[in-house]
Design a protein around this ligand. Sequence first.
Ligand code: ADP
Ligand code: MG
Length: 335
Amino acid sequence: MKIAFVGKGGSGKTTLSSLFIRHLAATGRPVLAIDADINQHLGAALGLDEDVAAGLPAMGARLPLIKDYLRGTNPRIPSADEMIKTTPPGAGSRLVRIAEDNPVYEACARSVDLGSDTSARLMATGPFTEADLGVACYHSKTGAVELLLNHLVDGRDEYAVVDMTAGSDSFASGMFTRFDVTFLVAEPTRKGIAVYRQYKNYARDYDIRLHVIGNKVQGPDDLDFLRAAVGDDLLTTVGHSDWVRALEKGAPPPFASLEPGNRAALDILRQVVDDSYERRDWERYTRQMVHFHRRNAESWGNAKTGADLVSQIDPGFVLSEELLGDLREVSAQPA
Ligand SMILES: Nc1ncnc2c1ncn2[C@@H]1O[C@H](COP(=O)(O)OP(=O)(O)O)[C@@H](O)[C@H]1O
Ligand SMILES: [Mg+2]
């Protein structure tokens, strides 16, 4: 199950991502945590020391390896140089599972101990420098996540949680369409709501399952404000958490001691995610990635690579969990 946390900077995306990751990991199920925000804080929110978090391998710096692995033997993609962030998988491509070992995880992921014998796998796009913003290099960093999501075949009871910016880059690339559920974190302020409206506009055309999580909600006035602004899209709210504050002081209490009200909110999120499995549509998922690939190829990709990237689209290919069955059968054949 692919889950995005989006919202305005400072709204609490990273905080709620990290709490949700802990909540899921506490069930013992596999969780892949991905930090795709411009401000890389997910590692620290998961309890890593700042220097360890800063030393996480950057996906953006390992794009050639990621591309080479994912293209596999796909004849439509003769070289990693011709792979852009939207290049879709096709026959011969390598698909990725949440709980497996593969060279991409080996190079880019680290296991994070969340205490009480729970853990999650963490990947990060890498820090963004001033120079990255607004240039191709910045796109290539979140592009690594989009490529991974487009090759990820995830099942029920396994989760990829992405802490993401709600910026225009994710709309141009198609990244915002890659999730079973999108949680928009909003403080009860006009700015928080403005980001919601923008997101909702993009989401409408692509059948995005968007839920608002009110954060730092203090009382009935806050709740009324959010409800008036987003209506039924408001799923639940989280209040100020002393647990989070203690974590930020460097003394993380056991997760079991999170405030019951906040835990109940996390469980509502989990329920929504788990329920969305039944409404999955791999055919639409594939169609959307092809749509955005065509658009990116024509607007800049073809010019940049000097190749006809639209020919990378494999018309007969639909990403799905069934493909994994086929792959297992194939690899189970005696050599
Ligand atoms: N529910 C909460 N309770 C206490 N502190 C919170 C809560 N939500 C967010 N914060 C604090 O607010 C600040 C911004 O949150 P953060 O998750 O980093 O926002 P974002 O990732 O959206 O930029 C952080 O210092 C964080 O610890
Ligand atoms: Mg953040």
